[in-house]
Write a protein that binds this ligand. Structure first.
Ligand code: GDD
Ligand code: MN
Length: 381
């Protein structure tokens, strides 16, 4: 038999006028080193879907020969297949999916994993449900009635998956009121309700990104049984988990407020070395409390710098040398004493506030001031 692409083209040329058959669905598959899953995936997709109304787009970030394996397998697949290999891998899985969405020409974009944890036979169900209910988004769900997640290996992964789903549903209660499985990697979106330029994908949770930022109108769910991986191993890792927390922060609070939140948490954590050093210097070593407090403050500023520089502004470090960053941060952290001491004197002596309450006020004022100076001056891009 002829390859699908050729057959589709022949069928499209009736008489002299080319008749364009509209594609019903584009299947977008992100791949990272999935060579041993490709043949089975394509075989099962070809058995489940009409070749003349379907295209498959792989977006690949592999370091192995997965793209070549796909190209070889595509020659035996009746459905037209394209592979887009990326060298930068920006945005990880989510970035790859968005890239695929840009290339898709179908009326629906179906997103699914390559490892057969998402049964290809469910894809027609997604499209049918979407058409029947006039939906913009159809979510393949492990939690809706009839769905299962038996393929999630191990109690630990189930716990993490269940816990993060519950927290995510709580944070985005409004957007996710009709989505039981916001972490799903299997879904179909109507191309007309897709606004690709609004998406800022970061890691695995591309469906969450899509629901929160694109706000599709009607959402329905199709239950399915999540399968064990066919071959190879999962690419999710602790780093992916940290990326997910960052993604949640960005989606919920926006970039600058997320940074302020983390800056605040780091600042708060500085109380620990501060108190400990004050206690050790003053109580154990018998140093006078004033110089002890100044030294303790310096230590806490060093601690804050280490965390801020590695956790919060890692990607902005190249704008200034280490000593340039450290000296400014250190000066700012201690200049804080110059602001706080007179302010404290004013609040307590002038306005007769209690010492503890006044101290808290000075800490909050100095925190906001230090964040703004760090964010706008020291780490300005
Ligand atoms: N292009 C690209 N780039 N693809 C990637 C990347 C990447 O950086 N990382 C992973 N992938 C591909 C894998 O090759 C696979 O096809 C798919 O994305 C899912 O990756 P897995 O490593 O198998 O993820 P998982 O099984 O732990 O998690 C999946 O299932 C969960 C439950 O539905 C993902 O779909 C999760 O988003 C989902 O929550
Ligand atoms: Mn998987």
């Amino acid at each position: 038999t002829l390859p699908g692409k050729v057959r589709a083209r022949m069928r499209g040329t009736i008489g002299e006028l080319p008749v364009r058959t509209a594609l019903t669905q584009t299947i977008v598959v992100p791949t990272f080193n999935e060579r041993d899953n490709i043949t089975t995936l394509l075989d099962r997709l070809a058995a489940a879907l009409p070749a003349d109304r379907t295209e498959i787009v792989f977006v690949d970030d592999s370091t192995d020969d997965t793209p070549e394996v796909i190209r070889a397998a595509a020659r035996h697949c009746p459905i037209p297949v394209t592979v887009h290999h990326r060298e930068d891998g920006i945005g990880g899985l989510g970035g790859a999916v968005v890239e695929g969405m840009r290339l898709a020409r179908g009326e629906w974009v179906v997103v699914m994993d390559a490892d057969l944890q998402h049964p290809p036979e469910v894809v027609p169900d997604l499209i049918r449900a979407g058409a029947r209910d006039g939906a913009d988004l159809v979510v393949g769900s492990r939690y809706a009635g009839g769905g299962t997640r038996d393929g999630l290996a191990g109690g630990y992964r189930r716990l993490v998956s269940g816990g993060s789903t519950a927290v995510t549903k709580l944070i985005f209660r409004n957007s996710l009121s009709r989505v039981s499985d916001p972490m799903s990697g299997l879904f179909a979106i109507r191309t007309s309700s897709l606004e690709v330029d609004e998406l800022r994908p970061l890691g695995y949770k591309i469906l969450l990104e899509l629901v929160v930022r694109n706000r599709p109108g009607r959402i329905v769910e199709v239950p399915y049984a999540f399968q064990p991986r066919h071959a190879g191993e999962s690419k999710s890792s602790l780093a992916e988990g940290i990326r997910f927390v960052k993604h949640l922060g960005l989606l919920r609070f926006g970039a600058q407020r997320s940074r302020m939140l983390l800056f605040g948490l780091i600042g708060l954590s500085g109380l620990l070395p501060n108190q400990a050093a004050l206690w050790a210097l003053h109580e154990l070593a018998g140093v006078h409390y004033l110089p002890a407090a100044v030294l303790a403050n310096m230590l806490a500023v060093g601690w804050n710098f280490a965390l801020t520089d590695t956790l919060l502004y890692r990607s902005r470090r190249s704008h200034r040398s280490f000593w340039g960053r450290f000296s400014r941060f250190f000066l700012l952290g201690n200049a804080d004493l110059l602001l706080r001491i007179p302010l404290l004197a004013l609040l307590v002596g002038g306005l007769h506030l209690g010492v503890l309450g006044a101290n808290l006020v000075t800490l909050v004022i100095s925190f906001v001031a230090r964040f703004l100076i760090s964010d706008k001056v020291i780490y300005r891009t």
